[in-house]
Design a protein around this ligand. Structure first.
Ligand code: FES
Ligand code: FES
Length: 154
């Protein structure tokens, strides 16, 4: 299958990318568009490091073929800190010590954002469930959960 132009929106801006339809959205974001805030962990849909929002839904971009992104609206971590101001979730991760090595953090923050859209004041169980697809090898999770709780009341 030849390359083709795949058009969609990223962080509010229209983009057109020349890519093979089966190129991973993760690679389109990182390599074609240089949005390297989206991380690769497992590359197999298991860790959530590559999570982005597609039409508002959390997806693992390592599992999404570029062609599936055509016509959609993608939000990456780069969109969250507007005009030099951190998003409330990002601020809470800093304040609560929810990030260590940082590899999981962009995906965690976007998962938290998606969760808070659904449940502005989530219970502990909803937080655990909302972040269940995102793995962290550093923090032991408690500080991440605390950060999401803190962000919910800001
Ligand atoms: S890199 Fe995509 S889920 Fe791990
Ligand atoms: S902070 Fe290192 S994997 Fe989560």
């Amino acid at each position: 299958m030849p390359e083709r132009t795949i058009a969609f929106r990223v962080n509010g801006e229209p983009v057109g990318v020349e890519a093979h339809p089966m190129t991973r959205l993760l690679d389109v974001l990182r390599e074609h568009l240089h949005l390297t805030g989206t991380k690769e962990g497992c590359g197999e849909g298991e860790c959530g490091a590559c999570a982005v929002l597609m039409n508002g839904a959390l997806v693992n971009s390592c599992l999404v073929p570029a062609i599936q992104a055509a016509g959609t609206s993608i939000v990456t971590i780069e969109a969250l800190a507007g005009a030099g101001e951190l998003d409330a979730v990002q601020r809470a991760f800093i304040d609560e010590g929810g990030a260590q090595c940082g590899i999981c953090t962009p995906g965690m923050v976007l998962a938290a954002r998606a969760l808070l859209e659904r449940y502005p004041h989530p219970t502990d169980e909803q937080i655990r469930e909302g972040l269940a697809g995102n793995l962290c090898r550093c923090t032991g999770y408690m500080r991440i959960f605390a950060a999401v709780k803190a962000a919910a009341v800001r």
